[in-house]
Ligand binder design. Sequence first.
Ligand code: UDP
Length: 386
Amino acid sequence: MQRILLMMSDTGGGHRASAQALKAGYEELYPGRFEIDIVDVITDYLPYPLNQIPKTYPFLSNDAPWMWKLLYGSQDPLSFGNGLMVTGSWLAQNGVRRLFAEKRPDLIVSVHPLFQLVSKWVMDKMQWRAPFVTVVTDLTTGHPRWFDPGVDACYVPSQVTYDLARKAGLRPDQLFLFGLPIRPAFARAIRSKPDLRRTLRMDPALPAVLLIGGGEGVGPVEEIAAQLARQLSAGSTAAGQIVVICGRNKALQERLQARTWPIPVTVNGFVDNMPDWMAACDCVVTKAGPGTIAEALISGLPIVLSGFIPGQEEGNVPFVVENGVGEYSKNPSEIAAIVARWFGPGRDDLPLMAARARELGHPQATFDIVRSTINLLEAYPHKSIG
Ligand code: UDP
């Protein structure tokens, strides 16, 4: 059996979600043909203190976004963050070498900006090569380390990242614009809204807003929920219902579950059936995570962006606003006012935005990427590991 190695790290739910989507795509299109490993390279193969980076992500993105921006760097190759990435890659070489020797992959897929450079260095030193591809999981603000002209292929989710890759020296024949890899469930026919709402125990008739803070449940989710409840209950009858997804943030989930609400509110922890929740709702309030945005587009959900992680998510805001599929505000009261408008006087805008969102979505992205990488593997001259 041939082996596929998916290199990721849990710096945010997005990288793991993309890796899992690709794994599911390989298994669905090529059942039983590949042994597929998703490896959190930073946590499982890098030395201390580098292996602690994923643990700091919730702190950095929630409490110290300025530090995140500094570390994550800018497009400037001479920035502090980029220098740190290069140093990190240098320190990561032994770990990555051990990873390649242990897994002996026939195909390597990196869904993280940190692994292009170090993998190239390690393969050169080992005098061994497996086809190596990058799947970019940032919609817009592509970190410079994503793009390495030495890869066999680079899959980008948007025109902006395509242009960044070209600027970084990748050739058109290395580049594929297929969209962000989203789990295959988003490409399947979904049950009807009334059916889903029954199963998910939602109100059958009231317009529903889905409130998400990424995989970690970060940002002012609680304040936004409170403002939504206040403004959607302002009239004599409820103008909507709220579904909150707290991700892995248990404390947030418990606080929200303990509150009493003036309108129907459903509070969830980490859910595995996001396509159902999205299809059951009418719009979404989320931080500017690329995964959630891409999923919302496929699901035809107008989006209110409630914030972004400086650096990596910043460009997702103009992406949503300029494409006419949503609005941005980081003020909970303003966010609630946008939703109240969409569910009230502006209700005719909602289907138009939903249609535009569907047009921008790439439901087949995962399958397109999977097929393309396997074509590459099949055409690759085989070399066993040294
Ligand atoms: N997600 C999920 N269940 C949850 C919360 C989030 O499956 O309870 C998924 C969500 O659908 C998306 C990913 O986690 O695929 C979050 O990625 P995003 O890029 O939006 O944000 P991140 O958490 O990486 O900052």
